[in-house]
Design a protein around this ligand. Structure first.
Ligand code: PRP
Ligand code: MN
Ligand code: MG
Length: 181
């Protein structure tokens, strides 16, 4: 989708920068998980773009599964309430699981999700996130793979939405406060 002038105040990472970093992380995963078939668990809806790009940049065989966990609803603030809207389709016991996220902001979503998944006895459980915000440093969740750090602004694109829109923006950019205030 093309950028809409006036609605975006600053591009943080271009499509090319995002894809470069995705390729680097995919190579790390290929090496770290050599000899296994990792199960990538994408967190709907935001992780759709990362899942598609990361898995296709990997050389290893992998499998995909999805969970839908919502913490934001339609607003711009994390509510702290995590709801499982869709659970995994597969049994992860004994599997090498990599949870894939578009962003960790407060970390509340991932804290809940990783705790929940760990009770299902995976062989290993790690986290890949494309973006991380400063708030995330205050939580216990430590991603094994991180794309880029973002400033504490309301950012959209590459899966990140505002009220369900802007996910298809190829770059990652700050949304003008005039859109949501
Ligand atoms: C967003 C984002 C992460 C989560 C991060 O999802 O995609 O999943 O919030 O926030 P946190 O670290 O503060 O928990 P959202 O709940 O907006 O659902 P979505 O992926 O469908 O947009
Ligand atoms: Mn999400
Ligand atoms: Mg969202």
């Amino acid at each position: 989708a093309a950028q809409i002038p006036g609605e975006l105040t600053r591009v943080h990472f271009t499509e090319a920068q995002i894809q470069d970093r995705i390729r680097e992380i995919a190579a790390e995963i290929d090496s770290d998980y050599a000899g296994t078939v990792p199960l990538l668990v994408g967190v709907l809806n935001g992780a759709v773009m990362v899942m598609a790009d990361l898995s296709r940049a990997m050389k290893l065989h992998c499998e995909h599964d999805w969970m839908a966990v919502s913490s934001y609803g339609a607003g711009t603030q994390s509510s702290g309430v995590v709801r499982i809207l869709k659970d995994l389709s597969s049994d992860i016991e004994g599997r090498h699981v990599i949870v894939v996220e578009d962003i960790i902001d407060t970390g509340l979503t991932l804290q809940y999700l990783l705790q929940n998944l760990s009770t299902r006895l995976p062989a290993s459980l790690e986290l890949m996130t494309m973006f991380r915000k400063p708030e995330a440093f205050k939580c216990n969740v430590v991603p094994k793979y991180i794309g880029y750090d973002l400033p504490d602004e309301f950012v959209v694109g590459y899966g990140l939405d505002y009220a369900g829109q802007y996910r298809n923006l190829r770059d990652c950019a700050t949304l003008s406060p005039t859109v949501y205030s």
